[in-house]
Design a protein around this ligand. Structure first.
Ligand code: NAP
Length: 251
């Protein structure tokens, strides 16, 4: 399959986890891929491992407007265009409301929500000029509410509002904007949650698997498969949607 031959895909926060899995999927379907992450050497290592015809790794803090502008310009200079943007970069700073600091609120909202805004604003210029593009935002089942995640939950529901609004604004220019809301996916992020809850990662995975109708937790490949579909030409009549990829766990 080469649904993305000749296409250029940017994935943020793609040095590891869901972002790396998604970058891998696009590369395997023929895309040139730009791996953006905080650490340039981690991003470059992941980019080299994708086996893509063309892949680059760039340092970019998605919450920093100047860094975002220059990263997107470098992608266009080096890979020629931007067809797909996956806003995946993310962090957690969990705490109950009465213990949550203003700093932890700001950091989480800045990376997830402002980051998606800044990256989308920078990428859409090129997509609008080409009259073609796909933007995919990572939300979460936590958007529906999750104890200890007031900052993350608010940011992830904000991402859904951003998705619908960008779909309205950019649809006339041939750009589809959708979101995926993953359930529990095995990554460093969920392993860190286990540590915070004083559990072994495997124990937390089992608890989440037991709670899911499909009786398993997700892997980055589960999100990557949905991402590739939503960013493909086959999904050109789908926009403004949030697809829950959660094994039915939110039911
Ligand atoms: P992860 O394993 O922690 O990876 C996140 C990546 O984002 C890391 O490489 C991290 O870099 C990078 N990053 C953090 N802040 C950044 C910034 N300001 N600019 C650029 N890159 C940044 O997380 P994940 O589990 O793959 O999650 C990916 C996305 O899916 C996130 O948006 C997350 O909220 C969402 N999600 C995950 C789950 C899940 O169960 N795992 C569920 C729902 C939604 P460093 O390594 O340098 O920190």
């Amino acid at each position: 399959m080469s649904r993305f031959s000749g296409r250029v895909v940017i994935v943020t926060g793609a040095a590891r986890g869901i972002g790396a899995g998604t970058a891998q999927r696009f590369a395997s379907e023929g895309a040139s891929v730009a791996v953006l992450d905080l650490d340039e050497s981690a991003a470059s290592t992941t980019a080299r491992g994708l086996g893509a015809e063309r892949a680059i790794g760039l340092a970019c803090d998605v919450a920093d407007a100047a860094a975002v502008e220059s990263a997107v310009e470098r992608v266009v200079a080096e890979l020629g265009r931007v067809d797909v943007l996956v806003n995946n970069a993310g962090i957690t700073r969990d705490n109950l409301l009465f213990k949550m600091t203003e700093h932890d609120w700001d950091m989480v909202v800045d990376v997830h929500l402002k980051g998606a805004f800044l990256m989308s604003r920078a990428a859409q210029k090129h997509m609008v000029a080409a009259k073609h593009g796909k933007i995919l935002n990572l939300s979460s089942v936590s958007a529906l509410g999750n104890r200890g995640q007031a900052n993350y939950s608010a940011a992830k529901m904000g991402v859904q509002g951003l998705t619908r609004t960008l779909a309205l604004e950019l649809g006339p220019f041939g750009i589809n904007v959708n979101a995926i809301a993953p359930g529990f996916i095995v990554t460093d992020m969920t392993d860190a949650t286990a540590v915070r809850l004083k559990m072994e990662p495997e124990q937390l995975r089992q608890l989440n698997a037991d709670a899911a109708p499909v009786r398993r937790v997700g892997q980055p490949e589960d999100i990557a498969a949905a991402a590739a579909f939503l960013c493909s030409d086959e999904a050109s009549f789908i926009t403004g949607q949030t697809l829950y990829v959660d094994g039915g766990a939110k039911i």
